[in-house]
Structure formats: C-alpha cells, structure tokens
Ligand binder design. Structure first.
Ligand SMILES: [Zn+2]
Length: 423
C-alpha cells in the first residue's frame, strides 16, 4: 500500500492533510457557520441556511482519489475507518426534536415528526419517489448514503421518550438569538450530541427569511452541535403545501460535513471539494429547467445541497455519501448503532384510523385497498418500520413475494393501518 499523504499547515497554523499522488486538484473550504445581520436577510430572499459565509481558511487539497480521503488526517486513519465498516453497512442515527414555540402555530405534531423522519430516510437512502427525476447525466453518480434515522426512544436520563420535546418560550426569533440551546434562557439544552442528532424546531426569524442552519462536524461546539429548522420549513402534512421537509435533509447534509455545490462563494474558483458534483458558479432557486450550465459544465442543481425548492431536489452523490460516512466514523462515531433504535418509522396507535380500508386482512397474495378522500400516497412498511414498497391506494397490489408477518400501510398524511400477511 502506497501512502501518499503528508501534513502541512494552513495560514492559521492548523494542520491539514495533503494527498499528492493524483492529478486532480480539489479545493476544500472549511466553512464556519456565522450569523449574518438580520438586515442582510431581508429583500424577500429565502436562505435555506446561514452557513454560507466562509470566513475561514481556504484549504488547498491535492488529491488523486476522492476528496473524502483528503479530509482525513492521514491515510492510516482513512484506512482504519474504512476497514471497520463496509459501504453497505447502514448507519442508524437517533434523532431528538426540540420544539420551542411561542404560540400554537409554531407547534409541531407527532405525525409531522414521523413524516419528517420518513422523509430523511427516503432521501438518505435514495428511496425518494422523485429519484426518477434525476437527469440521466447524473444517474450514474446518484447514491444511497445508507444512513437511516429514527426517533430517540431513550432520553439521556434513561427514561422513555417519544423523541420530541416541546416547550413554550417567550423569546422571539429564538433560533437567531443563540438562546435556543439554553434551557435557562428559554431554549432547550442539548441532549448528548455524541449520541443524538439534536434538531431544534422553532422560530428563527420572525419573517421566515431563514429556513435552517447546522453545525459543522469540523468545528464541533458541544452546546449546540445539531440542526435548527424554522417551524415553517418542517415537514408539513398539507398535501397542497410545497414544503416536503427537505430543509432538514439539506441541513443534515451540512451537519455531516457537506458543503454547498458552488462552494463558499460565487464563481468557478470554489466548489464543494467533491469530484462527482460538477463545478457550479452559484446557487439555484425555484425549480430551473434542465439543463443549466456554468463553469463549462452541466450543473447538478437538483442535488440536496443546492437551494432549489423541495420538490425540485432529488439526489446525493457517491462522493457526498463517502464524505458523510467518513465524517460519521471520524467525528461522530458515537452516534450510530449504540441504542436500540433500528431504522424504523415509528408507528403510533393513535394513528390507526379508518381512512384506509384493506381486504382481506390477513391477506395472502393480493391486497385490495380503498382509501377515503383524495390521498394519493400509500406505502407498506414491515414491523420494524422498514419501507417495503408503494401500494396502489385504490386498487390491487400483489404481495405474494412478501414473508409472512405483521406490516403497516401508511398514508402520506400519516394514517396507519395494520396488515397481516399469512398463507
Ligand atoms: Zn446550506
């Protein structure tokens, strides 16, 4: 095995890893989250996150392989991390949501929380139905990250939890004030970030100009090492609403170390440091018509790490997967798999409703479904909460290939019907 790395220091004196064996030069920008003054956030511009200000060191990384390798402190560390897990191993991360609300309109429901976790699991495992919208140019690099999320079942004090804490607060714009992670200031103290992904759901700015932001794994602050989402950009169960919960997908990408596709600033000199995301001049918003070009290549604006509308984004890439998984092993190694928290979509008894009519039940080879009202989304999960397949909401679906057992049908609005498959 030929090791190619040596350590250099950047201009601030910090040690960096430099891989020098290859032809391609990557730039990796260490990005610090920094609050921008509120008056910079007006003009009707929706910023998905605040982590757009790179005031740090520009780090040149020479790398012949993948950028993810360059971000380690040396090849031995990289190889030891790689040898511990293969890329098919699913990392499961338990999540706690802290809802800080000033009034009823800012409260989130357990059904919303379940749906938000579900959306994360779809997006990080390329199970999202709109993955078919990924342009052919990029299908070969689109990837399942094999990272799953579940609601925390045990609180730090050992008590049982639903994975959602809720607290009334008098603090306006608490997400912007820095009080959100301090209970004594009207916020909610963090649960041990070595074990939980903490997501605060609250008002960031009164005018809704910021959807969310995240802490970087490269600059961990134990007091607030998580994600903040404005309550207006949390998964919404209203099917007419365009908010699908992908602000959290994007922010968890940052939390696991991904940068925006265009890098730290506009222009073709900076990018995200990854090989399989094309160089891109700046951010995209709305839902552009494919293709869009900049920096002499076709832009991957539909990547989760761009700023297009929720319904317009649909992929992570292989290098993004590799970087996130490497960062979990390096910076957040206590997170996966140390709690009885499988890759589940929690099923709540109170959601068992009559909205979904299923017959026969128990079923054997064919499942017939009739749903009340207009509700096009229906999915089948096994008893562990693992997604199995989509189901025709008003017709027949063949299920003869499925093992005997207990299953759950779940509508896109969170209604759940228990189903038994027997022969
Ligand atoms: Zn962002």
């Amino acid at each position: 095995m030929q090791y190619c790395c040596k350590t250099l220091s950047d201009i601030s004196g910090r040690n960096l890893s430099i891989v020098t064996s290859g032809q391609r030069i990557y730039r990796y920008f260490s990005i610090n989250r920094m609050f921008m003054p509120a008056n910079h956030l007006s003009s009707g511009l929706l910023l998905r996150c605040l982590r757009v200000v790179a005031m740090l060191t520009t780090v040149l990384v020479f790398c012949g392989q993948s950028a993810a390798q360059c971000l380690f402190n040396g090849p031995s560390q990289y190889h030891s991390a790689r040898s511990m897990v293969d890329e098919d191993t699913v990392f499961t991360i338990q999540v706690v949501f802290h809802n800080l609300y000033r009034d009823e309109s800012q409260q989130i429901t357990s059904a919303q929380v379940d749906q938000q976790i579900h959306q994360l699991n779809l997006d990080f495992n390329r199970l999202n139905a709109d993955s078919i919208m990924t342009p052919e140019d990029f299908v070969s690099v689109a990837a399942s990250c094999n990272i799953s999320f579940c609601l925390a079942v045990t609180a730090p004090d050992g008590t049982v939890t639903s994975g959602l804490t809720a607290r009334s607060t008098d603090v306006p714009q608490i997400g912007f004030t820095g009080k959100y992670y301090q209970s004594r200031e009207g916020g909610q103290d963090i649960w041990a970030p070595s074990h939980y992904l903490n997501v605060w759901v609250c008002e960031i700015l009164e005018d809704g100009g910021v959807a969310g932001f995240a802490e970087s794994p490269y600059e961990i602050d134990q007091e607030k090492d998580g994600v903040v989402i404005d309550y207006r950009y949390f998964t919404n169960l209203d099917s007419t609403n365009s908010i699908l919960g992908r602000t959290l997908t994007h922010e968890v990408g940052h939390w696991l170390g991904l940068a925006h596709l265009w890098g730290s600033e506009d222009g073709c000199d900076t990018d995200d440091g990854l090989h399989d995301t094309p160089q891109q001049e700046t951010r995209y918003r709305g839902c552009p018509v494919f293709p869009q070009m900049s920096c002499e290549s076709t832009d991957m604006y539909m990547n989760f790490m761009d700023l297009v509308d929720d319904h317009c984004m649909n992929l992570f890439t292989r290098d993004q997967r590799e970087l996130m998984r490497s960062n979990i092993m390096t910076y957040r190694s206590g997170l996966p798999g140390n709690q009885p928290c499988d890759q589940t979509v929690p099923i709540r008894e109170h959601e068992l409703v009559r909205e979904i009519v299923v017959y026969p039940n128990p079923a054997s080879h064919t499942l017939n479904v009739q749903m009340q009202g207009h509700n096009p989304g229906l999915e089948l999960f096994d008893h562990t909460g693992r997604f199995i397949q989509a189901v025709d909401p008003n017709g027949s679906t063949q299920i003869g290939h499925l093992p005997i057992g207990v299953y759950f049908l779940r509508s896109s609005k969170g209604a759940v019907k228990k189903l038994i498959i027997a022969y």
